[in-house]
Design a protein around this ligand. Structure first.
Ligand code: NAD
Length: 241
């Protein structure tokens, strides 16, 4: 018998136990400082060197690149190792699913990765730690070493399009899966959040694991409003049995 395909849509809440704050949870970055959203908005970033300076300082100080995977990331790896077909669609940019040991081909990064930088002009990429090293050495706004263009994190900013190939694959997986688990997401950022609705429309069992209510709760077969660090390992263990 073929085992059901499990799709997991993860958001910032799966990584808060790793010390990376979310954006919209009770301690979220944007509840503390609504202006912070400008630092990841393409139009502001491209148009204002001061926003770029602040954005690089934010990256220099934040802990994303030092963070370690937690029990929830490891539970996804355990499920995959148990032989259940699993695909992760993540809104996260921290790379922690892969660091936990999930093969990169099983992970779709809808919003890109904070582990790399990208040139907005020639599209050259490189390790984020190289750009951060230049900021630490005193550059406010490091320019592309290939073409002089403006560098940014290889994450998708507000006002940028998602990679259509990655999004297309995410939609195909969502339509094909039998179980769709949305975990640690306020389900407010489109088009990622809409995948929960697509899953329900296509007959998947929709499970939402999140401390707060989401706009898709009334479409879910199961809503688990418990800490992810214990709830997700329990849920995935049941699926692997
Ligand atoms: P969000 O901040 O909008 O929502 C996170 C949700 O997780 C909140 O509703 C919060 O209550 C819940 N939550 C947090 N910790 C939890 C825990 N331990 N147990 C149960 N629930 C918990 O996050 P989002 O929906 O992913 O959207 C934010 C956007 O910001 C995403 O697009 C993502 O790219 C980006 N982001 C990424 C990271 C990261 O890579 N780790 C961190 C912050 C923001």
């Amino acid at each position: 018998m073929t085992r059901p395909l499990v799709a997991i849509l993860s958001g910032a809440g799966i990584s808060t136990d790793s010390g990376i704050p979310d954006y919209r949870g009770p301690n979220g970055l944007w509840r503390k400082d609504p202006e912070a959203e400008k630092l990841v908005t393409y139009e502001y970033y491209m148009g204002d060197p001061e926003i770029r300076r602040q954005s690089w300082q934010m990256r220099r100080k934040n802990r994303t690149l030092q963070a370690e995977p937690n029990a929830a990331h490891r539970a996804v790896v355990d499920l995959e190792k148990s032989g259940v077909p699993v695909r992760v669609i993540t809104q996260n940019i921290d790379g922690l699913h892969q660091l936990a040991g999930l093969p990169a081909r099983k992970v779709l990064e809808l919003h890109g990765t904070a582990r790399e930088f990208r040139c907005t002009k020639c599209h050259a990429r490189g390790p984020m730690r190289d750009a951060i090293a230049r900021v630490e050495a005193g550059e406010d706004d490091p320019a592309c070493l290939e073409c002089g263009g403006i560098l940014k994190s290889a994450t998708v900013f507000f006002g940028e399009r998602l990679d259509p190939v990655v999004l297309g694959e995410a939609v195909a997986i969502t339509k094909a899966c039998q179980v769709f688990i949305a975990v640690g997401s306020s389900l407010q950022v489109q088009p990622a959040a809409g995948l929960a609705g697509v899953a329900a429309d296509h007959g998947a069992r929709l499970v939402i694991v999140n401390a707060e209510a989401t706009p898709y709760d009334d479409r879910a077969d199961e809503v688990v409003r418990e800490p992810i660090g214990t709830a997700l390992p329990r849920l995935l263990h049941e699926l692997s049995g």
